[in-house]
Ligand binder design. Sequence first.
Ligand code: ADP
Length: 424
Amino acid sequence: MGRDQVSSVDCILVVNSGSSSLKFAIYAIENREILCRGSIDWSINADEHTLVLKSNRNAGTSVAGSSIIARDTRMAVDVTSHGDAVRVAIRTMTEWMQVQFAIGIKVIAVGHRIVHGGTHFTKSVLVDSSVRKAILDLAPMAPLHNPSAHEAIVAAETSLPGIPQVAVFDTAFFATLPEKSFVYPLPYEWYSEWGIRRFGFHGISHAYCAVRATEILGRGYEGLRLVVCHLGNGCSASAIAGGRPIATSMGFTPLDGLVMGTRPGSIDPGIMVAAVREHGLSMDAVDQVMNRGSGLLGISGISSDVKKLEIAAAAGNLRAGLALAIFCDRVRSTIGGLAVTLGGVDAVVFTAGIGENSSQQRATICHGLNCIGLHLDDHLNTTAKPDVDIATQLSPARILVIETQEDLMIAREVSQIVTKPLPP
Ligand code: ADP
């Protein structure tokens, strides 16, 4: 097909709004794959406001007669809000696909990742004015994310009038947690009257990894006991039995559970009382420290970034080494706890930036997990390219490294809502 002949492909636009960033992707409905991904960053740390576009290297098939090959693009953009970002993303990606691959993008639906759906949203929904309002009402529980997602929805509705918008919630996967897993050991009225309970987050990633694990293991959900470890800047682990989560490390907010880049995970709540009462911190200051000044950054004093900490630790920085040791210890003991909750484990999944890329942290975490049947193959671990099984051949349980694809999971959800259900 010549460059001037443009065929049109029905697509879903996936939008994931961070605090000062927007990730987006285009999913071709017919081929059921992500064609390209992009991101825009306008945070104060970004050198300039940049837009990055990448074709999906894993998209092996041809769309509309064009082979999808990687021709990544980076450009400076004038973006200062989620509204700007959505408009720029739609325009730039549409033009890029047309010029690079002679593909006309026809967006037939938009899927938005919403971090907090509270107890209100237990599955993905078409957005209307009441859904928009509910997302905003939940903003106090996800102040960095829900307002941004709301702004992105409004911008997408304006840029693509009449096109259905679907909200896909990070909390929805955990909506079926058993009561004993979501009620905190606090006065029961805090739950029944104030709504304080465990919600769980990263659900889209945990759900994707569970599906992908069945594909890699070549078996269905029946009887399958999985522990999924999502280890990125935010970290969480979940126990999944027969495809349903039965426990998760994140809680009422995304502060709970594992040690993270800048968040502490589970700590003695008395520490917060002491910080306020004995050391004079305001609640706002404590909130700031818990969200932005703790975890790997807090311990090491140099970075929240595992890659940088690995280099610093190798060069002899003791606090960098200590931060990584504490991080791995917490992941290891959480895997152990979740495995016991499941009554045994068939596979542990490592995913997200650290889980997918750091063989060193995977090795430290897995050290000592032989006792629950997880035997790491050191060579496979060192050379791992996701998606891959890195357990020894004789290991009773498998250790999987899976590239999380939240955008693909969101697109599948949207597709099920706006078109007829996809065959499995
Ligand atoms: P987010 O939660 O913001 O999406 P990511 O999933 O991208 O974050 O994970 C970011 C983390 O992954 C950082 O700590 C980063 O250092 C770590 N990471 C990414 N690549 C590597 C690597 N090759 N080795 C070690 N750590 C890595």
